[in-house]
Design a binder for this molecule. Structure first.
Ligand SMILES: Nc1ncnc2c1ncn2[C@@H]1O[C@H](COP(=O)(O)OP(=O)(O)OP(=O)(O)O)[C@@H](O)[C@H]1O
Length: 343
């Protein structure tokens, strides 16, 4: 029999007066999994997280962590969840070990166990060498790692990390990724928010895309990518910028009426979306050549998580209109919108 999900969110709704910040959100995360929680500014991510960690009450719906109700069982929730916000706070004249000791004491870890636990958490996050350094003198990347060590002190089952890779250089991001994967291997369940989508796609096995308080896509990376890749994005690279419009016109005559065609004179290329098969695309390529266009590349653009995100964001544009804190119009590829992936 399969284990029930560690995090279970059912029809979670949060209203501020008339404004619906979260609209019947339902999703779940299994033990040892890493959920990428994605959404533009104002989508409702922080609102969801606040409810999960017991800092806010939903207007309707329910959230549980390892069976504990996020509203009624707040003491249990504190023990079960480690939350790392996206800001570190200011801790002057405190060394890393003192900082962690302070939080260990706040979690009521007995002093003799605390020192051992601090060493363990520093080791897991590759921060042992920072132990005697002053917190305020740490780099941003070092602070992020100490922040995770702090989150681990009371050995929570679920870790909620808000933008852990934000502001990190490429090397620090790789290290962060390794830490998060190690935590999942240890059986921790992770919910990670991020705006660095390619980074997130390397660590998450499940992805949830929230826009305007609603779940727009949910499932494994493969499920979401399969949905959006029903239409592929093709790219035609030309030798001359002047030929771009002519190329776009010819493509328009050959593909579906609702195909999205994006000419870029600056890059001497045309991108378009289509469900035409390989044979039909080969005909198009031949036609472009016969029309005197010098095509140097004709290829399918691989889709990534960013495309999925832009795809569902674009779909929302035609929906319920503006909303405070919404995302600017994305320069998306216009691939077919993803339906929420059922699990
Ligand atoms: N206390 C509040 N009163 C009224 N509206 C609120 C309150 N808190 C949040 N909101 C609104 O709810 C919506 C969702 O906000 P939330 O902070 O959850 O978004 P988010 O996805 O975390 O965005 P970001 O990525 O910018 O942090 C926003 O439109 C926000 O303005």
């Amino acid at each position: 029999m399969s284990e029930s999900p560690v995090v279970q969110i059912n029809n979670l709704t949060k209203r501020y007066g008339e404004f619906v910040a979260l609209d019947s959100l339902t999703m779940s995360v299994d033990r040892g999994h890493i959920l990428g929680f994605i959404g533009p500014n104002g989508a409702g991510k922080t609102t969801t997280i606040k409810i999960l960690v017991g800092l806010s009450k939903p207007t309707e719906g329910q959230a549980t962590i390892a069976g504990a109700d996020c509203v009624k069982d707040t003491r249990q929730i504190k023990r079960l969840v480690g939350y790392m916000p996206d800001t570190f706070g200011s801790y002057e004249n405190m060394r890393v070990r003192e900082y962690l000791d302070f939080f260990g004491a706040a979690f009521k870890i007995p002093r003799k166990d605390r020192l051992k636990r601090i060493d363990e958490c520093l080791e897991i996050t590759g921060s042992s060498y920072m132990k005697d350094r002053y917190v305020e003198a740490l780099s941003h990347g070092m602070k992020q790692r100490v922040g995770i060590a702090r989150t681990l002190l009371h050995n929570p089952e679920v870790l909620i990390l808000d933008e852990p890779a934000n502001g990190l250089d490429p090397q620090a991001r790789i290290e962060m990724r390794q830490i998060l994967l190690r935590l999942a291997e240890m059986g921790k369940t992770l919910i990670v928010t991020s705006h660095i989508l390619p980074e997130l796609s390397r660590i998450c096995d499940t992805v949830s895309i929230v826009i305007q308080g609603q779940l727009r896509a949910f499932g494994t990376l493969e499920e979401i990518m399969r949905k959006i890749s029903q239409r592929r994005i093709m790219e035609v690279q030309l030798t001359e910028q002047a030929a771009v419009q002519k190329c776009a016109e010819l493509i328009k005559q050959h593909v579906e009426d609702d195909s999205e065609i994006t000419p870029s004179e600056a890059e001497a290329e045309v991108r378009f979306t289509t469900s035409r098969d390989d044979g039909q695309l080969a005909e198009l390529l031949a036609l472009l050549g016969q029309s005197g266009l010098k095509v140097v590349q004709f290829r399918e653009v691989p889709l990534d998580l960013e495309d999925a995100f832009l795809s569902v964001t674009r779909e929302m544009k035609g929906g319920s209109g503006d909303r405070p804190g919404g995302m600017a119009e994305p320069a998306g590829t216009g691939v077919a919108a993803a339906e929420p992936a059922k699990r």
